[in-house]
Design a protein around this ligand. Structure first.
Ligand code: FAD
Ligand code: DHB
Length: 395
């Protein structure tokens, strides 16, 4: 277990991808930090989540020494497929944008980041509870917390909230100084991981009258599938047999015929929502990743936004420490939110176009959904706009 220092330059709350990447990038700029993580390391490393890394995110990981295993074991995907009304459309990323995405599990990336943090000698205090932030409107903030039965306080220059969607950091911004924007979607995703060969070499996003389906993968032997389910559904309503039967029904015949099923090794239910908390900075407290914004998983943007936030933050903190400039810190929130809102829009667009909304089958919106898909299937310009967003807008 890491020794707990009394002072550091930056206290990072949350040791997920945002917090651990930030600590490593700050270390590369000779800025010391401490990470406080609520859960145990084992728990963090077991969470199965994202799989799609944008073009620029992968370059950032590579340029900062995080990308070795991603390059060796990840898969470059030069396109994705959309299935609708029995047709399949391939969105050709490479042809339309000259860019691609990389399929590499967040679980693997998290392992790589923890290995690097250990090699960097960055203290990662896991099982850190009751985090309490003080003095963010002064130049001398501090963070109190409890760890394995003892209370601790770390004095610092900056506190960075990387504590995810259920974190506490944003609550330390005074009520009158923050605003949130939210859209709940009336359905959820049921996800399944199985040791079976993926049904297709590239991802398939399927719109179907029974609901949305997504075919993804981690490698040649590990498949990841998702199904749209009712908003309040629970895992016990989704035994493997039901999941596979429903997936088969939602895929085009030619694809469903080649689906290999097998026992699930992990299953989740995840609600879908768009949510943004503004601003992303108050005094000496700055937020990054899911702590400030959540997008529905349809556009595969959450992890990638965490990475772009961290890139902006490292610029801002380097400016402060290297030449006393406050510009990066002053502009951080606006800069990050400009990119966040574009990803919120894209994820909302993908979600709205591809899912069935309960009760809207004969509605105006349903007709618009059909028109949106028909337009996309028939227009290279529309496909280029989708490709540009999917591979990731510039940082
Ligand atoms: P988190 O990963 O949530 O990490 C926050 C950390 O803070 C956690 O370790 C947590 O334990 C810790 N913490 C919480 N509270 C406290 C506290 N009080 N004190 C200390 N620590 C605390 N994104 C993509 O880009 N591509 C995808 O393909 C994709 N697919 C997804 C599929 C699913 C099913 C889901 C659920 C998400 C997906 N995402 C995807 C989103 C992505 O996983 C998240 O956006 C990403 O994990 C955000 O990273 P983070 O570090 O900001 O937050
Ligand atoms: C995966 C998750 C997503 O949300 C997505 O849009 C694509 C792939 C995945 O887990 O592989």
């Amino acid at each position: 277990m890491s020794e707990i220092p009394k002072r550091t330059r930056v206290v990072i709350i949350g040791g997920g991808p945002a917090g651990s990447l930030l600590a490593h990038l700050l270390h590369l700029r000779a800025i010391d930090s401490v990470i406080l993580e609520l859960r145990t390391r084992e728990h963090v490393l077991e969470r199965v989540r994202a799989g799609v890394i944008e073009h620029r995110s992968a370059e950032v990981l590579r340029e900062t020494g995080v990308g070795k295993r991603m390059d060796a074991e990840g898969f470059v995907h030069e396109g994705v497929n959309l299935a609708h009304a029995g047709d399949m459309l391939r969105i050709d990323f490479q042809g339309l944008t000259g860019k691609h995405v990389t399929i590499y599990g967040q679980t693997e990336l998290q392992k790589d980041l923890y290995d690097l943090i250990d090699a960097d000698g960055i203290p990662l205090i896991d099982a850190a509870g009751e985090v309490h932030v003080e003095g963010i409107e002064s130049d001398t903030p501090s963070v109190g917390f409890e760890n394995r039965g003892a209370a601790h306080v770390i004095a610092c220059d900056f506190v960075i909230g990387c504590d995810g969607a259920h974190g506490v950091c944003r609550d330390f911004i005074p009520r009158g100084a923050r605003w949130s924007f939210e859209r709940q979607y009336p359905f959820c995703w049921v996800g399944l991981l199985s040791e079976t060969p993926p049904v297709n070499e590239e991802l398939i996003y399927a719109s179907h009258k029974r609901g949305f389906a997504l075919c993804s993968m981690r490698n040649e032997h590990l498949s990841r599938y998702y199904l749209q389910g009712p908003a309040e559904t629970t895992l016990d309503e989704w035994p493997d047999d039901r999941f596979w039967a429903e997936l088969t029904a939602r895929l085009p015949d030619g694809v469903a015929d080649t689906l290999v099923t097998g026992p699930s090794i992990e299953k989740i239910v995840t609600p879908l929502r768009s949510w943004v908390s503004e601003p992303m900075r108050h005094g000496r407290l700055l937020l990054a990743g899911d702590a400030a914004h959540v997008v529905p998983p349809t556009g595969a943007k959450g992890l990638n936004l965490a990475i772009s936030d961290v890139v902006y933050l490292v610029d801002a903190l380097s400016g402060h420490y290297d030449n006393g400039s406050t510009t990066g810190l002053d502009e951080y929130s606006e800069r990050a939110l400009a990119r966040v809102w574009k990803a919120v829009r894209f994820s909302w667009w993908m979600t709205t176009m591809l899912h069935r909304f309960p009760g809207l089958d004969d509605d105006f919106e349903r007709r618009l959904q059909e028109a949106e898909l028909n337009y996309l299937f028939g227009s290279e310009n529309a496909q280029r706009a989708m490709a540009e967003n999917y591979v990731g807008l510039p940082h």
